[in-house]
Write a protein that binds this ligand. Structure first.
Ligand SMILES: Nc1ncnc2c1ncn2[C@@H]1O[C@H](COP(=O)(O)OP(=O)(O)O)[C@@H](O)[C@H]1O
Ligand SMILES: [Mg+2]
Length: 235
């Protein structure tokens, strides 16, 4: 579904991503782990067209999107929940969800159905439909950010550190949602610092070190890899 080849991204003189190759097959959950500053967010944003690709190719369903504008990439079926959530804090919960569905071309009934499905999964969000999003708790804002992305009905959903700063209860709920979304057909690219949780949920995993992939493989294998254990699992 997604194939990244020899990706380079820089900020001025700083080369943040240095020749990354990655692949995500339809139906998979793939995670990208790595220390702070490794370049995880930069890779996510280059897929979504939010930072310019310096060199390399990003194929989505066979089409090179490395030079496409972000709204075009979004309309192809790639949605991103950015680091730090970034909901529209002055709008209501419902308005935020409607904005997620903004680019959809199918009927409003279909959109309403997806909304109801989201509310069924998150009754807390239903109760707060009319609430100003900025007054939600951190965990609720993360759910809303995910809801907004889900409402765009993406083929590929990119999540940048969805568990960051959340209580264990919310983390559990967020990861259950990710799993459920995947089971209903959404392909997932997950960026996490919480490597253990990410490896448990993902099919495959890439490890990023200062802009380069240092290791990749099946999550079940990486969970038992001595290097991974030492560097990322605190064992
Ligand atoms: N807007 C920016 N301007 C300059 N440097 C940046 C910018 N965003 C990120 N960087 C640098 O790029 C590198 C990778 O950052 P980032 O992709 O955010 O890493 P991660 O998400 O893995 O923590 C870091 O060295 C960071 O300081
Ligand atoms: Mg980041």
């Amino acid at each position: 579904m997604l194939k990244i080849e020899d990706l380079f991204v820089s900020y001025g003189h700083i080369m943040a991503v240095k020749g990354v190759d990655m692949e995500i097959n339809e139906g998979e959950i793939v995670c990208l782990i790595g220390a702070n500053g490794a370049g995880k967010t930069t890779i996510m944003q280059s897929i979504s067209g939010l930072v310019p690709v310096r060199k390399g190719r990003i194929f989505f369903e066979g089409k090179n999107i490395a030079k496409e504008k972000s709204h075009k990439i979004c309309s192809l079926g790639i949605a991103q929940v950015p680091e730090g959530r970034r909901i529209f804090s002055h709008l209501t919960v419902e308005d935020n969800l409607d904005l997620g569905a903004f680019t959809r071309k199918d009927s409003s009934q279909e959109i309403e159905k997806d909304k109801e499905r989201f509310f069924a999964q998150f009754p807390r969000m239903k109760e707060r439909q009319k609430q100003i999003a900025g007054t939600l708790s951190g965990g609720e804002q993360q759910m809303l950010a995910m809801g907004r992305a889900i409402l765009s009905r993406p083929k590929l959903l990119i999540l940048d550190e969805p568990s960051m700063g959340l209580s264990p209860l919310f983390v559990k709920e967020i990861f259950e949602t990710i799993k459920r979304l995947n089971e209903t057909g959404t392909t997932i690219l997950l960026v996490e610092q919480n490597a253990r949780t990410a490896l448990k949920i993902a099919d495959r995993c890439y490890v990023l070190e200062t802009g380069k992939i240092s290791l990749s493989g099946k999550s079940s294998e990486l969970l038992n890899d001595p290097k991974i254990k030492e560097a990322y699992l605190g064992a």
